[in-house]
Design a protein around this ligand. Structure first.
Ligand code: OOB
Length: 569
């Protein structure tokens, strides 16, 4: 990994941001001081701080007994449940590095994460808690294991492990032969604590090393900003594998503050509203489409949501109208969060006036977050003008993991991260996100890399070329639109398509004929792509538009996609 230069590291230590501690070390202290308090609630199960600490210790010993050593990577693909946290704290204790994958990932993503991180272990749930997808994770793990020879262990949480090892057995082995405190060397706080997955890069997803120092600061500072304390009851509605729900301040911020984390397997109002009422939830975080959905549902749902004091909304653009409506219907304080797994967090502050909260994405979390707004030539844009946001600071990465070449363009020579987001900064320092330069589709917080999806589309034998662009959508903000040029067409009359009878000369074959049984959907499923990355709209065309210099003109495609969508609605 790329480290911060010594001078900066020193500055962050002197300012008190970096405290020389590991990310999980507060847990043992809490177990002593507030051991009986409830740390986690899930499915009626309550886990106290003492129990979480004890279980993490047992699992740490069990993992060590399997031969998992400091620095080893463990790909974790677990839903919101106690096991996620037992495993996270266990790994942190022995200095193993969890690679946090989303539950929606499938073979393509899982193989990439295990392979690219050089993981020794992969952890999946026995049962998909989402009945709508009912996905077979142990079967996925078998496929991953075949394709990634370096993977030594597949550990299965909660239920029948099939041909793999039950996570509970690893914990049980550690319980029978526990290791004394001090048995493990304390991890170096400057080393990665976790690897997060980037939403917005070219090619396959990049991994973000978050060190103990920088991530602990991220958690602590955001927990302070949001005023979390022992009375906080945080509802994890979004996946805790995502930075927002994990650490901004999220579940880790709540645990650090001695509060209670309520884990929900789904963010649907039918699931979360009863949880909010029953557990008197005070804080939660959602993406904009969910904020809108919750606000609508709150108008007719019988549950009492009065305990909710703060709703954080982030991950994608929240329009001012939605912001005002959400505040009015849910009757709680709203906070906009513009964040990224790479680091920088901008947040509106509790107490900011309502208009500021409705119309801006807040200001950087740390006094030492440096931000620059630049034009296409990296020159500072005039004050208040729109430009690309560059940032560096005490919790923003200096380089992706094992990505030397990519890092040369993703960062400036002096270490600023190019966010790819187009912003403007108001005189009071508030940031307003105006668009983006990076090539991705933000489906209501779920990021789809155009490049990654185009690669999958081009792999189809009937596809000659493909381009993926966003199209505006009332609910998600954006949806994914794929423009596809078919091979048959390009071979002209008498080519393979004509021979196969799929089309008459000069006429496009119907998409259904060209893509085979089940269409593109089935093809992409077969490639093991996460379902949310599949295109929402497909246009088959003769050719893709080019710019004057002969490059693909995505601006034209984006405009055409929007026009086609508005004609339809
Ligand atoms: C969060 O993290 P990621 O890594 O999934 O995505 C980061 C990107 C940003 O670069 C930006 O393009 C977009 O998501 N984004 C927003 C936004 N928050 C994130 N765009 C407009 N308005 C916002 N409020 O999405 C994330 C990480 C931590 C906290 C919150 C969100």
């Amino acid at each position: 990994m790329v480290r911060w230069p010594d001078a900066e590291a020193e500055r962050y230590r002197e300012a008190g941001y970096w405290q020389g501690r590991t990310l999980g070390d507060f847990l043992a202290g809490h177990a002593r001081t507030i051991g009986t308090a409830t740390a986690l609630v899930a499915d009626g199960e309550r886990v106290s701080y003492a129990e979480l600490d004890r279980r993490a210790g047992h699992l740490a010993a069990g993992l060590a007994a399997l031969g998992i050593a400091p620095g080893d990577r463990i790909v974790v693909q677990l839903p919101n449940g106690p096991e996620f946290f037992v495993l996270l704290f266990a790994a942190l204790r022995i200095g193993a590095v969890p690679v946090l994958g989303l539950p929606a990932y499938r073979r393509s993503e899982a193989v990439h994460l295990c392979d690219h991180s050089g993981a020794v272990a992969y952890v999946v749930p026995a049962v998909d808690p989402d009945p709508a997808s009912d996905f077979d994770y142990p079967a996925l793990a078998e496929e991953v294991r075949e394709q990634v020879p370096g993977l030594r262990h597949v550990l299965v949480a909660g239920g029948d492990p099939g041909p793999h090892t039950a996570l509970a057995d690893v914990e049980g082995a550690g319980r029978r032969s526990p290791l004394p405190p001090g048995a493990f060397a304390v991890p170096d706080p400057l080393d990665p604590a976790v690897l997060l997955v980037s939403g917005g890069t070219t090619g396959l997803p990049k991994l973000i090393p978050r060190t103990h120092e920088d991530y602990a600061y991220n958690v602590r500072a955001s927990a302070e900003l949001c005023g979390l304390g022992p009375g906080t009851v945080y509802l994890a509605a979004l996946p805790v594998a995502h930075n927002f729900a994990l650490a901004c301040p999220g579940a880790l911020g709540t645990l650090l503050a001695g509060g209670t984390v309520v884990l929900s397997a789904s963010p649907d109002p039918e699931t979360v509203f009863p949880l909010i009422e029953r557990h008197r939830v005070t804080v939660t975080a959602v993406v904009p489409p969910l904020a809108a959905l919750w606000s609508q549902a709150a108008e007719w749902s019988p549950e009492d949501l009065g305990s909710l004091a703060l709703l954080q909304v982030g991950g994608a653009r929240l329009g001012p109208e939605t912001a005002r409506r959400v505040r009015a219907t849910l009757g709680c304080e709203l906070q906009q969060v513009f964040g990224m797994a790479e680091g920088l967090l901008c947040m509106t502050r509790p107490g900011d006036d309502a208009e500021r909260v409705a119309t801006t994405q807040g200001r950087p979390l740390s006094p030492d977050d440096e931000i620059r707004v630049v034009d296409a030539d990296d020159r500072d844009a005039p004050a208040g003008e729109i430009g690309e946001l560059l940032t560096r600071g005490p919790y923003t990465l200096r380089g992706y993991y094992r990505a030397e070449e990519y890092n040369r363009t993703a960062f400036t020579a002096d270490g600023f991260y190019r966010t790819g987001d187009l912003v403007r900064v108001l005189p009071g320092g508030d940031v307003v996100v105006e668009g983006r330069r990076k090539d991705l589709v933000n489906r209501g917080g779920d990021k789809v890399s155009s490049d990654e999806l185009e690669g999958h589309l081009r792999a189809h034998p009937a596809v000659l070329d493909a381009a993926v662009v966003p199209v505006p959508d009332d609910y998600l903000g954006e949806r994914t639109c794929a423009w596809i040029v078919l091979r048959e067409r390009s071979t002209g009359p008498g080519g393979p398509a004509a021979a196969a009878g799929a089309s008459r000369a000069g006429e496009l074959p119907s998409a259904a004929d060209a893509f085979g049984p089940g269409g593109l959907d089935a093809f992409l499923d077969g490639r093991g792509l996460a379902p949310y990355k599949k295109p929402d709209l497909i246009h088959v065309v003769d050719s893709l538009p080019l710019t004057a210099v002969g490059k693909l003109d995505k601006r034209v495609l984006t405009r055409r996609a929007a026009e086609a969508a508005s004609r339809r609605s």
